[in-house]
Design a protein around this ligand. Sequence first.
Ligand code: ADP
Length: 498
Amino acid sequence: MSDLVKNYVGGQWVESRSGERFDSLNPATEESVATAYNSSAEDVAAAVEAAKAAYDKWRLTPAPRRGEILFTVAELLKQRKQELAQLMTQEMGKIVAETGGDVQEAIDMAYYMGGEGRRLMGYTAPVEMPNKFGMALRDSVGVVGLITPWNFPLAVPSWKMLPALIAGNTVVWKPGEDVPASSVAFAKVFEDAGLPPGVLNVVTGAGKTGEALVNHPDVRIISFTGSTDTGIRVYTQAAQLGKKVTLEMGGKNAIIVMDDANFDLAVQAITWSAYGTTGQRCTATSRLIVQKGIKPKLVEALIAKANAIRIGNGLDATTEMGPLVNQKALNKVASYMDVAKSDGVVIAAGGNRPDIAKGYFFQPTLFDGVKPGMRVEQEEIFGPVLSVIEVESLEEAIHVNNNTRYGLSSSIFTENVNAAFRAIRDITTGIVYINHGTTGAEIQFPFGGTRGTGNGMREAGQAGLNSFTEWKSVYVDYSGRLQRAQIDTDAILSDGND
Ligand code: ADP
């Protein structure tokens, strides 16, 4: 019998009122890692009550003190990095080097947002009257609801939770249903760091639990990361209740390789970006847009690389690529092999399950001869599948790059500075890389995408604070008399003359 994961509500580890449970399976072995609750709307309501009760004390805690708790979170995460990484690998499959990177992002974000405890910058500006002062302050909002997926069990929640907490909000978090044990292990870090009871609450469960959070009238903000279809549903529901929503959804990220590219660098970056995390990063490269001259040599090198990748259990240090997260993901990826064949695409590498008895493994796959507009070129497959599209010119490459439903990240490999700057200017995704894969965003810069990837909000950096704060504009009149508001310039000049 695997461990039972409890909800964390009001500083207590509690059972769900629903009593319903589900197993979190290890995708490499199909064995149960943990059992968790499929929490009900009642459980969500109890968590929101706890967050409401904790709010006033937390918002009045000086921000530098809140920051100190986040620094302690960072220190504890450093100490527990290995154990957290191993647990994540068992629950969602990516190799330990990558789950270690996942923890590292949470550490970086905890230090960054802990530091914001001494900044949280507002601003002052001149005002129209004499003896008057104006300023804009960042204010907390109240209870915020976080809904996260399984692919970055610590990093993605940390991008939401840490800015929300430093700004003085209290949180109810519904983690991805494939990673309940990793999620509560993350919550335990906050408890051990001395976060007061009720400031962070965790309710495990699936879609219905998330829906209850979105629908709860006292949750003022919903921050969601996941698929585009679910995100749009969440957005629509939250809009009816007048809530602020931040969305980070799908991607169809591309690397452009020009004829003059540094060949070896491009090969390494494409391999890592396409097949790292088994192609299940939001920013994974799923399209290679390659100029005609370099294409035959590049495809040949990538086929060799794909065929050489060691597939296996992510806990094994020699493994380079783990399994897909679950059976549903495996079925979806496998189904795209038929889609590709029916469109006349050549499966130049992979295309099958490897010869491993258990687990949701799939071979690193390369589709050659893909044309813009084909389903495999447009739809998010979310697996180790790279589509190769040949182009003639930079202009064509950028056009193909921009022409999808999504807009998260893109990259170009070129040694020509003019081409690089044109790409920076004309690429329309939220993140652009030059001579680097499509992954590797840093937490001090805005993260997110255009078109179907988001709704204009961003996570991380200063932009991440915008998601979890309201602006409060303050005017202080110290003239001691009634000063009239502006009617016209002459009136102001005579009225305001002391
Ligand atoms: P993924 O493919 O990453 O699982 P989903 O969009 O299905 O993408 O899930 C992302 C998160 O959204 C998960 O935590 C999931 O439980 C939650 N979720 C799924 N359906 C809903 C819904 N209708 N309302 C709110 N949250 C939901």
